[in-house]
Each structure stands twice: as C-alpha cells, then as structure tokens.
Design a protein around this ligand. Structure first.
Ligand code: ZN
Ligand code: MN
Length: 136
C-alpha cells in the first residue's frame, strides 16, 4: 500500500465497475463477462479477470472467497457481512453492524493484535424456505 502506482480508470475497467455496482447479486467473473460483452463485444474473459484484480487492488470492489468454488465479487467495498443460501447459492448482504468487540475479545484472550475478522452466515433463504413449505 502507498507504493502502488496510480491506476487509470480505463473504459473497460469503468464498465466492469459499473456492471458490478448495478447489481446486489455478488456475481462471478463469468456473469460480469457476459454483461460487459454486450457493450464491449471484443473483451476477453481474461481481461475481465485482470481488471477485477486491479479494481480489487484499487479498493473499489471486494472479492468474496468461499474457498473451492469460483470467487464472487462485490461492488460495495465497505466491510460488511454476508449470508449464503445453501439451497440456491444466493449471497445477500447482512444489515448488521460490524462486531468490533469480537476483535477486542480475541486480542485479550490471545494477547495478539487483530486487524480484521471474517464472519459468514449460511442457511436457507426466505424464498427457499417458502418454496419448501409449499411442497411439503
Ligand atoms: Zn435460497
Ligand atoms: Mn455484499
């Protein structure tokens, strides 16, 4: 940080950011590629990946890493929690303030200093719950 050269907001990069900011669905790079391709037909998936990485480094977006499967991206770079539906795979924002007291608790327990914590919620979303009740 601080040593990074200033990155220009190219046309492609701007479009990718615009697409990502226009949705709350936390899409994958493939989905973003399909959207951007409609306006920039000659763009490649590799270019989309590269620009997503640059935007991440610029602090404009966040990459949501769930380990094995491919990454999802978030146009909202502010730190916030997410809920993932185990039935349909949907990822939504959780409107819950960050629990900074957890950092303090852990610092006291381990005598360490905490930079950040990760907290993920998993379960069945309201729509999947409703669908289940219908078929039961
Ligand atoms: Zn669901
Ligand atoms: Mn989010």
């Amino acid at each position: 940080m601080g040593t990074q050269p200033k990155r220009r907001m190219t046309k492609q990069r701007k479009k990718i950011l615009e697409v990502l900011r226009s949705t709350t669905s936390h899409p994958t790079a493939d989905w973003i590629y399909d959207q951007v391709k409609q306006e920039i037909p000659n763009i490649s998936l590799g270019t989309v990946y590269r620009n997503l990485n640059v935007l991440k480094e610029m602090g404009e977006i966040r990459e949501l890493d769930y380990g094995s499967s491919h990454s999802h991206f978030d146009g909202n770079a502010e730190k916030h929690y997410h809920f993932t539906c185990l039935e349909c795979g949907k990822i939504c924002d959780v409107d819950e303030s960050l629990h900074f007291e957890l950092n303090q608790n852990v610092e006291e327990k381990l005598g360490c200093s905490i930079d950040y914590h990760r907290l993920e919620f998993f379960g069945v979303c309201s729509e999947c719950k409703a669908n289940k009740n219908k078929t039961d």
